[in-house]
Write a protein that binds this ligand. Sequence first.
Ligand code: NDP
Ligand code: MG
Length: 381
Amino acid sequence: MTKTLALLGATGSIGQQTLQVARELGLRVAALTARNNVDKLEAQVRQFLPRLAVLYDAAAAQELRQRVADLDVEVLSGPEGLLAAASMEEADTVVTAVVGSVGLAPTLAAIEKGKRIALANKETLVCAGELVMAAAEKYGAEIIPVDSEHSALFQSLQGCRDRGEVKRLILTCSGGPFFGKSYEELEHMHPQDALKHPNWDMGAKITIDSATLMNKGLEIIEAMRLYRVGIESIDAVIHRQSIVHSLVEYRDGAMIAQLGTPDMKLPIRYALTYPHRAVSHDEPLDLLTCGALTFSAPDMEAFRCLKIAREVAAVGGTACAVMNAANEEAVWAFLRGDTGFNGIHRLVERALDKVEVKYQPSLADILEADRAARECVKAVL
Ligand code: NDP
Ligand code: MG
């Protein structure tokens, strides 16, 4: 169980909810990091009094340093700052809640120190999952998922003594704000429509990924890496209510699922308290009023990103890193108005066509694939 944590991505949606849980559980916070949000990080530093605060952006870090000069806190910046936060002696757990593959290096640094990783940053597992899982095994670092579907699978696998008895992992998917739309209708969707998620309040990047269903594609690869299963043993089903968070199907036909309200504090709390469960003061799920639970197949013709992700998952190697990086760039381009909604999958396909796949990639191969994919998307734009 966690006593002291370092929180990467403190000012974001997961970061802020992690601090709520940390306060509830009475955990010590040793480090807080963000990209450039000086105001929010300063407020958090004043409340949680970490020994280290990091802003990735150097000018923002300088501003924070001046503002918190009255406190006993060191302020760092850049990738070195993130690495210092991830490998701090006094933290037993690192919560990775940054967005994007920028989370890879600090996650590896934390693993090398044998820390528990409460992993929200799914892009890290998508681009370099095999390396990350191998490092975790080598250094004896536990990786506990924060992503709600993967936490549900993790919870549904408790008590499973033989992984050979697992037949299938079934990820549930809300369908996002554009559920039911055709490919042609999706062509005309704008960022302000895509940012309205029906069930979850999340950061901008994952909200767009939820609208394209790339989020489910990323999560399929995340599940393959975390639970070491092949793509043929993972399915995604649309479940509009976001109450069944995912299911494990066993070979005797039993399906074990975790249910709850759509509230990320539950998987965050479990990642910090595992193998124990802490008391929650949040309103629990009410089965008598939650209504009917429905399930259906996703439309992979309209939502091409999900189809691409399944294909890429089967290819493996650096293809996952290319898809992930191209998608990150394409999502930011869509949010800026530089491409349309269906432009996202087209940009990802372009990068996959252009960047050659390497199998059994080294960390250098993955970083190069990530760079080449971003460059390809920027060149097309
Ligand atoms: P947000 O956009 O809300 O927050 C991102 C955080 O990362 C912020 O603290 C931001 O700082 C920081 N950050 C962004 N870019 C950089 C960078 N280059 N260097 C350092 N820090 C950076 O994202 P979410 O909280 O929604 O998501 C975080 C991760 O968790 C993502 O990987 C997402 O897929 C995953 N996740 C999120 C869920 C959710 O409910 N939100 C659910 C499941 C998974 P700043 O504020 O200064 O920009
Ligand atoms: Mg999820």
